[in-house]
Write a protein that binds this ligand. Structure first.
Ligand SMILES: [Fe+2]
Length: 188
């Protein structure tokens, strides 16, 4: 389940309907895909795509996506920090960024024109579609792990166009979900 916060308004949303409504208002599609399909932790990409074939086909028909794949990264992934560095600065691209999270968590910051930044922490079962052209940035939570289905409108994929605004520097890339462990006061 996602957790949404709007730091400038000191608001946090945890109710699914409220989250969907807020994100729809800024042009971002959010869905929960339930019931989830049972998958082993080490299920290969083909098995994941086969399990979610019906949902993926429905999205393809709706959004004009032509390909789907699975991204699976963890702390042991070679070059992980270099890969993440590409996404943690504010950017936009020419096609939608569509992610359905199978496991792990991630943090999107969405920066709609004329509106405040909205942080969306996504976890298993969450589908988020950031529309083409919307300014945003992305990072992983502290456990540095995510496995997600991605959909693309162009089989060649896309490259980020950086805005150079530096907006990301004003926001803490901190997740609040299940992996968050608050510091223990007085702990040795
Ligand atoms: Fe992006």
């Amino acid at each position: 389940m996602a957790i949404v916060s709007i730091p400038e308004e000191h608001r946090t949303l945890t109710d699914e309907a409220e989250i969907r409504r807020h994100l729809a208002d800024v042009g971002v599609c959010y869905e929960r895909w339930e019931p989830a399909h049972a998958l082993a932790d080490d299920a290969p990409p083909e098995e994941i795509l086969a399990a979610y074939a019906a949902e993926v086909e429905r999205l393809k028909a709706r959004g004009g996506y032509v390909t789907a794949d699975v991204i699976d990264v963890g702390p042991q992934t070679p070059g992980l920090e270099e890969m993440l560095a590409k996404f943690k600065r504010e950017h936009r691209h020419e096609e939608d960024e569509v992610r359905f999270v199978i496991s792990g968590r991630g943090l999107f910051h969405l920066h709609p024109e004329g509106g405040p930044v909205t942080c969306v922490e996504v976890g298993p079962g969450d589908l988020l579609s950031v529309p083409r052209g919307m300014r945003h940035w992305f990072g992983l939570c502290a456990d540095r792990r995510i496995r997600a289905i991605r959909l693309f409108q162009d089989a060649a994929g896309w490259a980020p166009h950086y805005t150079g605004s530096g907006a990301e520097r004003d926001y803490q890339p901190v997740c609040l979900g299940p992996s968050y462990a608050p510091p223990r006061l007085g702990a040795a």
